[in-house]
Design a protein around this ligand. Structure first.
Ligand code: PNS
Length: 162
């Protein structure tokens, strides 16, 4: 492992866009690890992105600028391969409700099968963010709704009124 004994965690996702629930998970897991890598998937199969992957990476970088020990990268291919590259063994995922559980459980077990050294840790966001999803934020924004309080200020600044 390239990182020696550093406890490096990876928080993977699409983050289109990063919302306050994501940010809350980042703040919660930051003290639990030496380093946190927010990993944005280069997923060409997702249609009509609000932000390109490079824009998402730049935005998250801006959001995390005062957060020592946090950085953002993009990845493609298998998450476990990306983790090997950055020397991480822990995946962090947010669990909002029972409805998240089934797919998260499947992903955690698949990742463990692909690399038995990898563990997935689930954190729950603040209750006030438990209904938030990127899909809903995007829908509200595209239909002209106000996204104040749903996304960090840096993200909101890139979402002009429609
Ligand atoms: O924010 P999302 O869309 O729920 O994030 C899903 C993500 C990026 C965590 C997941 O799709 C992923 O890890 N994709 C990489 C491909 C991979 O490793 N697949 C096999 C294990 S599930």
């Amino acid at each position: 492992m390239a990182s020696g004994s550093l406890r490096i965690a990876v928080y993977p996702g699409s983050f289109d866009p990063l919302h306050n629930g994501h940010f809350d998970i980042i703040e919660r897991c930051r003290p639990l690890f030496d380093e946190l890598v927010v990993a944005v998937l280069r997923n060409t199969s997702k249609k009509d992105p609000l932000f390109s992957v490079d824009e998402r990476v730049a935005l998250i970088d801006e959001v995390l600028r005062d957060h020592a020990g946090c950085r953002v990268e993009s990845f493609e291919g298998l998450l476990v391969h990306f983790m090997e590259r950055v020397g991480a063994r822990t995946i962090v995922r947010g669990l909002r409700a029972v409805s998240d559980f089934e797919s998260e459980f499947q992903m955690a077990l698949m990742n463990r099968r692909l690399d038995p050294r990898v563990e997935t840790v689930f954190l729950t966001p603040k209750e006030e963010y438990s209904y938030l999803s990127s899909r809903l934020v995007k829908e509200v924004y595209l239909l002209g709704g106000d996204c104040t309080g749903l996304v960090p200020a840096e993200v909101l600044a890139k979402m002009p009124g429609r």
